[in-house]
Design a protein around this ligand. Structure first.
Ligand SMILES: Cc1cc2nc3c(=O)[nH]c(=O)nc-3n(C[C@H](O)[C@H](O)[C@H](O)COP(=O)(O)O)c2cc1C
Length: 200
């Protein structure tokens, strides 16, 4: 029997009291129900420093090690970002900045939590950063707006179903992509390895 898909659900909120957490819980619960082994990374708990490329002391911090270790462990991701000024949160962008090879050849589903906007711009920002780390993203996404929540609980059934669909698809496709990427990487640095050759 195949081992369960390893899925990391990331909260891009810097706050404890955030609608983002209801979305993270829903995605994690759904992925577990689909048979995955799931971890949740709540960035507000880590209090990461702003990434300083080349700072050896930062690399040794427990929070930074957790970010890199959990991303390396995962085969797939559900990334949940608050929309701030038409983009992802600085907190989530900072998470990306600590990573690169840990995301290559992997799959992410993306969900935005907004005050009232469509979420398109923050979703696009997250997808772009994931692609620039050589990862794939699902061809659809979800956005939950402020009015979709009541007292921190997500109430809009249409949005709930969309998030559940994303979680199922990440569990379904992430192991396939990861396996194919690792096979390509094993071919070495030649062109036949495609982009995986740049990670050989
Ligand atoms: C600095 C800042 C910028 C924001 N920019 C947007 C925005 O561009 N579009 C939008 O729909 N909501 C915007 N909002 C509202 C947040 O997306 C919304 O409150 C969301 O729930 C924030 O998640 P949080 O509770 O984790 O901060 C902004 C909120 C803040 C604090």
């Amino acid at each position: 029997m195949n081992s369960p898909a390893k899925i990391l659900v990331v909260s891009g909120s810097a706050r404890d009291e955030s609608n983002v957490h209801a979305v993270v819980s829903l995605a994690a619960r759904t992925a577990r129900g689909a048979g995955a082994e799931v971890r949740e990374l709540l960035l507000h708990r880590l209090r990461l420093p702003v990434m300083d490329h080349g700072d050896a002391e930062q690399a040794a911090l427990a929070g930074v090690r957790e970010v890199r270790e959990s991303a390396a462990w995962a085969e797939g991701f559900v990334l949940v970002t608050p929309e701030y000024h038409g983009s992802m949160s600085g907190c989530l962008k900072n998470w990306f900045d600590f990573l690169y090879p840990e995301l290559a050849g992997k799959l992410a589903g993306v969900v935005a939590v907004t005050g009232g906007g469509s979420g398109d711009m923050s979703i696009t920002a997250v997808k772009t950063s994931f692609a620039w780390c050589h990862g794939f993203t699902l061809p659809f996404h979800a956005a939950a707006r402020g009015p979709d929540f009541e007292e921190g609980l997500l109430q809009n059934q249409r949005v709930i179903e969309r998030i559940e669909r994303i979680a199922h698809d990440v569990v379904r496709y992430a192991p396939l992509l990861r396996g194919t990427f690792e096979e390509a990487r094993a071919l070495g640095r030649g062109v036949e390895a495609g982009f995986a050759g740049t990670h050989a």
